[in-house]
Design a binder for this molecule. Structure first.
Ligand SMILES: [Zn+2]
Length: 383
């Protein structure tokens, strides 16, 4: 197929994705069997098995329990009935529902727009059918916290929107688009604790990041780079032209800039031996010292090597960026950064915001040769 046709298909799918809602699987990692719901704003119509209709206002509380593979509906007046499929449709321009998971017991959450509940694989599945921009604002608050500045929030909104559209079909098999957990993007609430988040999401509405072939980028981010970012292929094997290592001075000194981990020499040696390293009996701990502070793909000892990412996983380290020292019978890993290190460093981006950089400058600092484009502007190419 011609490249221009591919681009046209991409653009059409982007435009349709931006115009429609997104379906998010809530409480996806939990075995949810009991919950309470109550409107916080607006009014909802509850439709059970397309036969029973109930109006819910901000005084209403409904209990939903899984009983014999059906959802038992209960109000303060008693049990209403047992159903397989429940829809909650907002009737006003702004509708918000409070959901308190009771089994397992979790903190109450608030979400906007509409919901669909079904019994799937022995649990209650809740799908939030939410306007894309409402979802993005909720993700920005869950992923970016509530203490950052406006340019940072704009940046995070564009990243989260790009991710959502690039991964729109990730959970097709589960009946929704994305889940609410870090497996996709954390979405633990609507945005409600910092007005800047809603504003930043709104002023960047429809903006996404594409590479030189107009494909949505893998908009990866993490907490702190430790002063240098990682190449995509070191972590996920796939190289990406826009995910190359850069020196990142903005992350230096952040909350998650440094860490230390001590491992006994015997543990360290047995780990390396399991990975096939040839280590002579009686080798001195000093031999493992490697004080070079530079992100690299492989840790090398003698003729053997192992990706730093494998050491990170094995010892549950904050990052794959560390120097190796030896002190008093222990291997001391002096680490930098927190997270996989590919793409944008959140603490670095927050620092750039404080120093007066714009969201465009922040994005172009962490991703090379990319374009920030509006989905609407892309429509131009259709003609
Ligand atoms: Zn997911």
């Amino acid at each position: 197929m011609q490249k221009s046709l591919w681009i046209l298909i991409l653009i059409l799918s982007l435009i349709s994705a931006s115009a429609q809602n997104i379906k998010v699987g809530l409480f996806h990692k939990y075995q949810l069997t009991s919950l309470l719901i109550s409107p916080v704003f607006g009014q909802y119509e509850l439709i059970a098995d397309s036969s029973k209709h109930i109006k819910l206002n901000t005084n209403s509380i409904v209990y939903l329990n899984l009983v014999n593979q059906k959802i038992q509906l209960k109000t303060t007046n008693g049990v209403i009935g047992y159903y397989q499929h429940i829809e909650l449709k907002g009737n006003q321009s702004f509708n918000t529902l409070r959901i308190k998971a009771d089994a397992p017991s979790l903190k109450a959450r608030e979400y906007e727009d509409d919901f669909v509940l079904d019994v799937v694989q022995g649990k209650i599945r809740i799908i939030n059918n939410v306007r894309l921009e409402n979802y993005i604002a909720g993700v920005v608050e869950s992923e970016g916290g509530i203490k950052a500045g406006k340019e940072y929030y704009k940046t995070q909104a564009i990243l989260c929107r790009t991710y959502a559209l690039e991964n729109f079909h990730k959970h097709d098999a589960d009946g929704f688009n994305l889940c609410d957990d870090v497996h996709c993007q954390a979405y633990h609430s609507r945005a409600k604790r910092n007005d800047l988040i809603v504003e930043a999401t709104s002023v960047t509405k429809g903006l996404v990041i594409v590479d030189t072939s107009l494909s949505l980028i893998t908009a990866s981010f993490y907490s702190n780079s430790g002063g240098q970012t990682a190449a995509s292929e070191w972590v996920w094997l796939q190289p990406r032209s826009y995910l190359k290592p850069i020196v990142d001075t903005f992350s230096v000194g952040g909350n998650n800039y440094e860490w230390e981990k001590r491992i006994s020499l015997s543990n360290w040696i047995s780990f390396l031996k399991r990975k096939g390293f040839k280590i002579a009996i009686g080798v001195n701990g000093e031999a493992f010292k490697d004080s070079l502070y530079e992100r690299r793909h492989y840790y090398v000892f003698g003729n053997d090597s192992i990706p730093y990412t494998q050491i990170r996983t094995a010892f549950n380290l904050r990052s794959a960026f560390f120097a190796v020292d030896y002190q008093n019978g222990q291997i001391v890993l002096n680490g930098r950064g927190y997270g996989h290190g590919v793409g944008l460093s959140q603490e670095g981006a927050m620092r750039m915001d404080e120093l007066g950089y714009s969201y465009k400058e922040i994005i172009k600092y962490y991703y090379q040769n990319v374009f920030i484009v509006s989905l609407r502007a892309l429509q131009f190419f259709k003609d």
